[in-house]
Design a protein around this ligand. Structure first.
Ligand code: 5AD
Ligand code: SF4
Length: 441
């Protein structure tokens, strides 16, 4: 019998890439490639890349260097690069890295089977055209991993906002929403296959349907999906503060299956910086939406993203970010030093803040958040949380799940409980984890 060909797939960056990679695995399985976790054993290496910050992009080139040496020993190895760096670099990637066989952009997954087959007979190829109609959601199988408790379902893609720092609109194209009926159908199929929780996914997920008046908006979509009986818990990410509607806020009170968590990037607490970033809201508007969310859903967990050291951010502006973060009381915060991205508006802004000052601001922000997260985790000790068990913990000798507020929780119990939503008493709050005991199965 012919030996199965092997795929080594590495994914960088956001949840959209994680979700695309699940689809890539399914597509490659369709042309005879099983997965391997060792690049040295691979017949096909694919990198699904991210260009959100320079550091992410540099890591891609670092990895390519490693794969080049594997290819020296194994000339028939096929190497492909996809995702945001591929979209942006296009032909340049083939020139810079002559050992790369194929380059596929963010809208071209549906061509990947053909490209890999062509590479098997020695043909190099590149596909980076944008495909700006809804068809692109239907061009490849939704299926990916089997046996998962929780899965992403893409509901919209792309971004029309052009925040001054951000490469996403340039590499993911314009906003496009998928039909509600097809989304409901996909979630129904996943629940029939044993999935308990879905996360509706989009670059600006709550801008869903805004370009198609008369069709369901995001609040309508949440209600439609929540009606599916097999579904136990519903999440969504990432939300743009400017498009948080009153109807969406009300969903947190009206839909019991909707997890009490929202990822709501503020990026900065200073109006002057928000304006230069082109974010479309003020500090006061952001805080008003946070207050309304807390009122509709007491105990809601809010997570966010912050960029420090954006061009023109002075000490006073940074202090406003520090106070915003405190006022919101984020459960968790992802914070980054601003990184100029070629082709974006902010790449041309004058930036006179020394790197050392930016680093110091980041460290202050992160230290404050670390203390806040630990204090919040400790405050949960003694409470009972609904934990959806996802499977074994990383150590393999306990179970891992998440609270509605999205805090990772380790508990002891039988692996057959995977997929169950259980009442769990929190007995210890650590920096990045809760420890819990099952109250009732
Ligand atoms: N520099 C630093 N951080 C960035 N992000 C997006 N673009 C940049 C950039 N050029 C951050 C934002 C966004 C998160 C996904 O990445 O905070 O919400
Ligand atoms: Fe980037 Fe802004 Fe669009 Fe988010 S909303 S993807 S930060 S341009």
């Amino acid at each position: 019998m012919e030996q199965e060909k092997k795929l080594y797939l590495e994914t960088f960056g956001c949840q959209m890439n994680v979700s695309d990679s699940e689809k890539i695995v399914g597509l490659m399985r369709g042309i005879g490639y099983g997965e391997t976790s060792d690049p040295a054993h691979a017949d096909l290496i694919l990198l699904n890349t991210c260009s959100i910050r320079a550091t992410a992009e540099q890591r891609v080139y670092g990895h390519l260097g490693k794969f080049k040496s594997i290819k020296k020993k194994k000339p028939r190895l096929i190497i492909g690069v996809g995702g945001c760096v591929a979209q942006q670099e296009g032909e340049r990637l083939l020139e810079k890295a002559p050992f790369v066989n194929l380059v596929f952009g963010t809208h071209n997954l549906h061509l990947l089977q053909g490209m890999v087959t062509a590479a098997e007979s020695g043909k190099r190829s590149i596909e980076t055209d944008f495909l700006d109609d809804e068809k692109r959601f239907d061009l490849f199988p939704a299926a990916g991993k089997d046996g998962s408790v929780t899965r992403f379902v893409t509901v919209m893609q792309g971004c029309d906002n052009f925040c001054a720092y951000c490469i996403v609109p340039h590499v993911r194209g314009r906003e496009i929403s998928r039909s509600a009926a097809k989304i409901v159908d996909e979630v129904a199929k996943l629940t029939e296959a044993g999935v308990s929780e879905v996360t509706l996914l989009g670059q600006n997920v709550n801008s869903y349907g805004l370009k198609t008046p008369g069709e369901p908006d995001f609040a309508d979509l949440l209600k439609m999906v929540a009606e599916l009986e097999g579904l136990q818990r519903l999440r969504f990410t990432t939300s743009h503060p400017k498009d948080i509607s009153e109807r969406l806020i009300a969903c947190f009170a009206e839909i019991p299956k909707l997890a009490p968590h929202i990822h709501l990037p503020a990026q900065s607490g200073s109006d002057q910086v928000l304006k230069r970033m082109n974010r479309g809201y003020t500090r006061t508007e952001y805080l008003a939406k946070v207050a309304a969310l807390k009122e509709a859903c007491p105990g809601i967990q809010i997570t966010g993203d912050i960029i420090v050291g954006f061009p023109g951010e002075d000490e006073a502006a940074f202090e406003e970010t520090m106070t915003l973060v405190e006022e919101v009381g984020y459960a968790d915060l992802f914070s980054f030093i601003y990184s100029a991205r070629p082709g974006t508006k902010a790449a041309d802004f004058a930036d006179d803040t020394p790197r050392a000052d930016k680093q110091r601001r980041l460290e202050r922000l992160q230290a404050a958040q670390k203390r806040r997260t630990l204090a919040q985790n400790q405050a949960l000790v003694g409470s009972v949380q609904q934990v959806l068990v996802e499977g074994l913990s990383s150590t393999g000798d306990a179970l891992f799940g998440r609270t509605g507020g999205n805090r990772g929780t380790v508990l002891s119990g039988d692996p057959s409980l995977a997929g169950r939503l259980l009442d769990v008493k929190i007995v210890e709050g650590l920096q990045t984890l809760l420890m819990g005991e099952i109250v009732q199965v």
